[in-house]
Design a protein around this ligand. Structure first.
Ligand SMILES: [Zn+2]
Length: 214
């Protein structure tokens, strides 16, 4: 199956991608990962992308699509893929359709994981970290003594990424980027919506059931 995965930070998208990839036996393609791999491997496309990133510019869509096309030509993508982090914009989605079209292929479903902002904020902003590597959640997995690690008794801290203002900003960007994409794929009848506030395994089951029924 050729799938695209959409979902806000904190809605369990990464976990879903991993489980779906194992169950459906198709690779999970995170564009962040393939960019890093190309840059690390010093491929011509990687070097080109790096030149933009180093000068603080966005990597142009045609470079991004080439990097994606390259990855999709690998043998493990023959029976499908789960795209994560791409496309991000309508022009990218159109270029992606065009690219797949040339291979006589198309996107078969867009999995859209939905969760209310307030729930995500509660989830993420409750995380507490310890320098020893142990993690806590003030509601779901609290330490025995507030603010102190059970293992090493150090003071717990909040990651910058988990600060409420940062989460709100990330969610705002996510919604701005994603809603036009949802409309685009909705018009093609490809959107499947799922509730990301349910337990992870329940959502996984629902996703697999609805893909089976497609
Ligand atoms: Zn600790």
């Amino acid at each position: 199956m050729r799938l695209i995965l959409l979902g806000p930070p904190g809605a369990g998208k990464g976990t879903q991608a991993t489980v779906l990839s194992e169950t459906l036996k198709i690779p999970h393609i995170s564009t962040g990962d393939i960019f890093r791999a190309n840059i690390k491997g010093g491929t011509p496309l990687g070097l080109l992308a790096k030149s933009y990133i180093d000068s603080g510019k966005l990597v142009p869509d045609d470079v991004t699509i080439d990097i994606v096309a390259n990855r999709l030509s690998d043998e493990d993508c023959a029976s499908g893929f789960i795209m994560d982090g791409f496309p991000r914009t309508i022009p990218q989605a159109q270029m992606f359709d065009e690219m797949l079209g040339k291979l006589d292929r198309k996107v078969e479903a867009v999995i859209n994981i939905i969760a209310d902002d307030s729930i995500i904020i509660k989830r993420l902003s409750g995380r507490r970290m310890c320098s020893c590597g142990k993690t806590y959640h003030i509601a779901n997995n609290p330490p025995k003594v507030e603010g102190k690690c059970d293992v090493c008794n150090s003071s717990l801290y909040i990651r910058d990424d988990d600060k409420e203002e940062t989460i709100k900003e990330r969610l705002k960007i996510y919604h701005e980027q994603t809603s036009p994409l949802v409309d685009y794929y909705q018009k093609k009848g490809l959107i499947l919506n799922f509730d990301g506030t349910k337990p992870i395994e329940v959502t996984t089951r629902e996703i697999l059931d609805s893909l089976n029924n497609k």
